[in-house]
Design a protein around this ligand. Structure first.
Ligand code: FES
Length: 117
């Protein structure tokens, strides 16, 4: 059974914002960005862009996509699929859910429709 992390109350992360769960705090060893999208849903991706070194949590959420703050590649928040250049590699999507008002992250557990790296 994968580790489950209680990272915040669902009101603690405003819509359109993201927080980073550091790699040393989750079992993947990689920083994970948890996004609160404008549709009210929560999504989690590996935080570092697959192109170069940039935090996707610092990017811009547009619908179900996040745009990298460095060179503007877009990734699908639901699947991790790369949607535009210059990055060409999709990213990993971690399961996240809200239970009793708490945001629970399942590090390393891919969502069902995620792209497999
Ligand atoms: S670092 Fe993200 S697109 Fe270049």
């Amino acid at each position: 059974m994968a580790q489950v992390l209680d990272i915040a109350g669902n009101d603690d992360i405003p819509e359109g914002e993201a927080v980073v769960v550091p790699g040393e705090d989750n079992e993947t060893g990689k920083d994970i960005a948890v996004f609160h999208a404008e549709d009210g849903e929560f999504y989690a991706l590996d935080d570092n862009c697959t192109h170069e070194t940039a935090s996707l949590a610092d990017g811009w959420i547009e619908g179900d996509r996040v745009e990298c703050p460095l060179h503007a590649t877009e990734f699908c928040l639901r699947t991790g699929k790369v949607m535009s250049l210059p990055a060409t590699e999709s990213t990993f999507t971690h399961k996240v859910e809200v239970v009793d008002g708490r945001v629970l992250l399942h590090p390393g557990e891919a969502v069902s429709d995620a792209v497999r790296k």
